[in-house]
Ligand binder design. Structure first.
Ligand code: F3S
Length: 386
């Protein structure tokens, strides 16, 4: 590949992977089972990103392994009805064209593991959506570094990634012990915990003790929040995640988290009061989360617009099950392909957004110039649905 035998595109991208490997001391390249590419929204990559992708596609770039895409900047089918700007949509569709030409699956979701890109335990992958990286490493036990958009794309075009960091056994050991002594009731509580811990451990590996139960949606909320407030790519939860039992916790730096700490996280993240819109589904909602919301909204009427963001595949299933209709009857929308942070909501007249996600609450002020209301779904619906 480096000798140019597979063409200019592969050579250029392989060179990038070699350079990365040299910087991080990788001993070799390893094949990857799949790639998740981030940097898809026109809002994030702009014209330079679009030109870069079109250039690659025009030179015949083709992915060598199953490759899925992160959320785009808009619902690819309903963007007009939802009020997305026309000029934005035009550019976004060009970006999608370029990705499609490269053979990438048009999943447009940050939960690829819910729509067919499900790695196995210990499988090497190269993913670049931070919440998905965290989920794959921690909940599934697959192995990926926190790739950037270009390095993930390079891995997809070459089928390999340099062997360093979280691909190695010895780099998956925890270095913080987080003792949780507060009850975690819903996704928002897990998001608040993740926000607090991510800020302290930064790119470290926390080992949680005291979390009695957590479903996959709560684990994705926890990982997403830590990946955003810090740069956590892997965490362990005693008795719950697959690699937790491999490690001892003696000598680890201890972080105590009680009600006071999570309360403080809620206080910091709540910067607004009266939301213009409620946006759920960060990370993208599972079918179970959509079903739960639909049941909560049954027979109710929302006072504010509400979106629940998810993948197209999950929306199709939700529609088939009648959940989309229930949500729409209450005045909400199931929005596919995009999310609160990568869509241009600040251009659509929204100034204060309510969320139940620690990651979204953390990112919305910077990325979308929003004031934030951060609460559990039940608390959000209490004031905003009758
Ligand atoms: Fe996914 Fe967007 Fe949140 S990419 S993790 S829904 S910020």
């Amino acid at each position: 590949m480096l000798a140019g035998e597979y063409g200019e595109v592969v050579e250029r991208n392989f060179r990038l992977l070699v350079r990365l490997g040299e910087i991080y001391g990788a001993d070799r390249m390893i094949p990857v089972g799949s790639v998740q590419v981030a940097g898809v929204s026109y809002k994030s990559i702009g014209d330079p990103g679009l030109e870069f992708l079109e250039d690659l596609a025009s030179k015949g770039a083709k992915v060598k392994v199953p490759t899925t895409l992160n959320p785009t900047g808009m619902d690819l089918l309903d963007w007009k009805d939802l009020g997305f700007p026309e000029d934005f949509a035009e550019k976004q569709l060009q970006i999608m064209d370029a990705f499609e030409k490269m053979g990438i699956m048009m999943t447009a979701t940050c939960t690829p593991y819910l729509v067919g890109n499900l790695p196995r335990f210990r499988e090497h992958i190269a993913w670049s959506e931070s919440s998905a990286v965290s989920f794959a490493n921690s909940v599934i036990g697959a192995r990926t570094n926190r790739e950037g958009g270009p390095s993930a794309l390079a891995a997809a075009l070459c089928g390999v990634t340099p062997n360093y960091g979280l691909h190695l056994d010895e780099k998956r050991k925890p270095n913080f012990l987080v003792k949780v002594s507060t009850e975690l009731k819903d996704n928002a509580d897990f998001g608040a915990l993740g926000y607090h811990v991510g800020k302290i451990v930064k790119d470290g590996i926390p080992y949680f003790k005291g979390i009695k139960n957590a479903d996959t949606d709560q684990l994705k909320a926890l990982g997403a929040a830590m990946a955003a407030s810090g740069a956590v790519g892997l965490y362990h939860v005693e008795g719950i995640t697959p690699e937790a039992g491999l490690f001892g916790t003696d000598g680890l730096e201890i972080i105590e988290v009680g009600e006071r700490e999570t309360h403080e996280a809620y206080k910091t993240l709540n910067t607004g009061e009266d939301p213009d819109i409620i946006i759920l589904g960060c990370p993208h909602a599972s079918l179970k989360e959509i079903a739960t919301l639909a049941r909560k909204l049954e027979g109710k009427r929302l006072r504010k617009p509400l979106w629940i963001c998810t993948s197209r595949v999950t929306k199709e299933a939700a529609t088939r099950m009648g959940f989309t209709e229930l949500i729409e009857k209450a005045g909400g929308k199931v929005v596919a392909d995009t999310c609160t942070v990568v869509s241009p909501i600040e251009r659509m007249g929204y100034k204060t957004t309510a969320v139940n996600s620690g990651k979204a609450a953390n990112y919305l002020p910077g990325f979308c110039k929003q004031q934030v209301v951060f609460k559990s779904i039940d608390d959000l619906l209490e004031g905003n649905a009758v």
